[in-house]
Design a protein around this ligand. Structure first.
Ligand SMILES: [Zn+2]
Length: 179
């Protein structure tokens, strides 16, 4: 929030950035008012208030999330922030979100239809997003070619939306694009 304080100085206004209720800022406001002899308070613009609330809610949300260490999605996301690639279309955003959740049609549809779970035909292990993107040795060459600058963990691949174009290309070549 911004508080404007009138003074006799040639620069007629001082801008103080801060939040109401924060001790340091309240003290700064009080000091500024006593320096000018003014007890006048100025209205806070709505946009400043909205930004303040948003920041506070984000902080509470993050603090809540930090305590949920048993949640399996912690391995994907430690710091809460926008995660969907901004340049992608709706279809790619859906795929990206499914990958991040680890719940895709390919790996979880058997639950809906009462079918046996899918297996990687080469490794004979249950098929998962982690296996497809990180573990399957059959994809090592392609993985290294497309994603050679990141270590192959779900977190490092899917926490950075800049990797999305490489991931979509990887899935397309491996014929998993309808995941
Ligand atoms: Zn495999």
């Amino acid at each position: 929030m911004t508080t404007l304080v009138k003074t006799e100085h040639p620069f007629s206004q001082i801008s103080l950035i801060g939040h109401a209720g924060i001790t340091g800022n309240e003290l700064a406001d009080t000091a500024a008012r006593s320096a000018t002899g003014s007890s006048e308070r100025f209205p806070i613009p709505y946009s400043d208030l909205k930004a303040c609330y948003r920041q506070k809610l984000q902080s509470i949300w993050q603090s809540n999330w930090d305590q949920q260490t048993e949640n399996k999605l912690h391995s994907v996301l430690h710091v809460l922030a926008p995660t969907v690639p901004s340049s992608s279309n709706r279809r790619e955003q859906v795929i990206w979100t499914r990958l991040r959740l680890g719940h895709t049609r390919l790996t979880h549809r058997h639950l809906l239809f009462g079918e046996p779970p899918p297996y990687c035909e080469i490794c004979n292990v249950p098929l998962s997003v982690k296996h497809i993107l990180c573990d399957c040795p059959h994809s090592n060459h392609l993985r290294n070619r497309l994603l050679n600058s990141v270590d192959f963990t779900i977190s490092s691949i899917l926490n950075n939306s800049n990797n999305s174009s490489f991931v979509f290309k990887f899935l397309s070549i491996k014929d998993f694009i309808h995941i």
